[in-house]
Design a protein around this ligand. Structure first.
Ligand code: 1HN
Length: 352
């Protein structure tokens, strides 16, 4: 008899659960803590993809499908704990793209913005709005949202680069559009280097006002950016977590090179032993030069990886990462910091 009120109560709770489910409503108190733990928690894990392992897979993939069929020959880097999502971090897509000599990856455009960071090969190019932008190892090329772009290769041997796109964010917002250019090749509308001459010298055409859909083709050559790092290495103190780090900026706004993606080039001396650093931005790293180790996460969940040239790793939101080097090292990285800062969400934690 003593249990009767409890039984009555649980029958009531059961009826309530059914009625709520039937009405397509969910009581907040059943999921509030999962949504808002005291600190961010993502299922994504720190992971490193060895270039040595990916390169033969990319080349093998090239024998399975040609560019006419595949449109883009790309292997997406999928976070091991985000299965089926095709994403490297919660917000960002990353993949390795291959193009062989004389191939054309035909023009298209989409509402997601993209960057290419070149890993291998000479003589490839991306054409952005009809302007050919050369792609040499270490170069960063930006394809702003909704600009026509195609890739080609007039050199020898495979050309390979890392693509990073804000596609998860765009899809999440329900704003994903794309369009294929109907011709085999996009017309050459602008002379090579046009954007660099107009916008890359600390000047802009008088009266120029930026329109999102008509952004200049931004490219940042490694030869010039490497010299910037050398200058800093000779004159600036090292940050205990990050060494020396420069951000790529849009010369027409002074803001991030891509409105939604922050991009950085970073220099670390040999035998650097960095302090841990966590930020709310999921970050994708690629090694341009050098060797060392990265530890991602803390305690029992920490994952430690050896890195060498062209390896790619990801650091999920709010997981501490710690860098150590054996040799002088240069890292490129891309993260969703830019969009988080615009929304007032970005935070960092330094040290132990
Ligand atoms: C895309 O358009 C390219 O144009 C590469 O090279 C990777 C990944 C997802 C969606 C679109 C490209 C892409 C992509």
């Amino acid at each position: 008899m003593k249990d009767a009120p409890r039984a009555k109560k649980s029958a009531h709770a059961e009826r309530f659960r059914h009625a709520a489910e039937h009405a397509h409503v969910v009581p907040l108190w059943t999921f509030f803590d999962e949504w808002f733990p005291a600190e961010p928690h993502t299922a994504a894990v720190g992971h490193l993809w060895r270039y040595e392992a990916l390169r033969p897979l990319l080349l093998d993939g090239a024998t399975q499908i040609d560019t006419a069929e595949a449109e883009r020959r790309v292997l997406a880097l999928e976070n091991p704990e985000l299965p089926g999502r095709r994403l490297a971090t919660d917000a960002l897509y990353a993949g390795l793209q291959l193009i062989m000599p004389h191939e054309i990856a035909p023009a298209h455009r989409h509402s997601a913005a993209a960057l290419r960071f070149v890993l291998e090969g000479h003589g490839a190019y991306t054409s952005v709005s009809g302007e050919r932008v050369p792609m040499e190892p270490g170069d960063l090329v930006v394809t702003p949202a909704w600009t026509w772009h195609e890739h080609g290769h007039e050199g020898e041997g495979p050309a390979i680069w890392l693509d990073v796109l804000d596609v998860a964010l765009v899809r999440f917002l329900g704003a994903g559009f794309s369009e294929r250019y109907p011709e085999k090749e996009f017309p050459r509308r602008l002379p090579p280097g046009d954007s660099h001459h107009r916008f890359g010298m600390g000047m802009a055409p008088a009266g120029y006002r930026r329109e999102a859909s008509a952004a200049p083709a931004a490219s940042y050559s490694y030869a010039r950016c490497r010299r910037v790092l050398e200058h800093l290495a000779a004159h600036d103190p090292l940050d205990p977590c990050q060494g020396l780090r420069m951000e790529y900026v849009d010369p027409t706004t002074g803001g991030p090179a891509i409105p939604t993606i922050s991009t950085f080039l970073q220099w670390l001396p040999p035998k650097f032993a960095g302090e841990p650093h966590a930020t709310t931005a999921g970050t994708i790293y690629v090694v341009v030069e050098g060797r060392g180790r990265v530890t991602i996460g803390a305690g029992d969940a920490a994952r430690r990886f050896e890195f060498g040239p062209r390896d790619v790793w990801v650091v999920p939101s709010w997981q501490p990462a710690c860098l150590e080097t054996d040799e002088e090292t240069v890292l490129f990285s891309a993260s969703d910091e830019a969009v988080q800062r615009k929304l007032g969400l970005w935070r960092e934690r330094r040290g132990h």
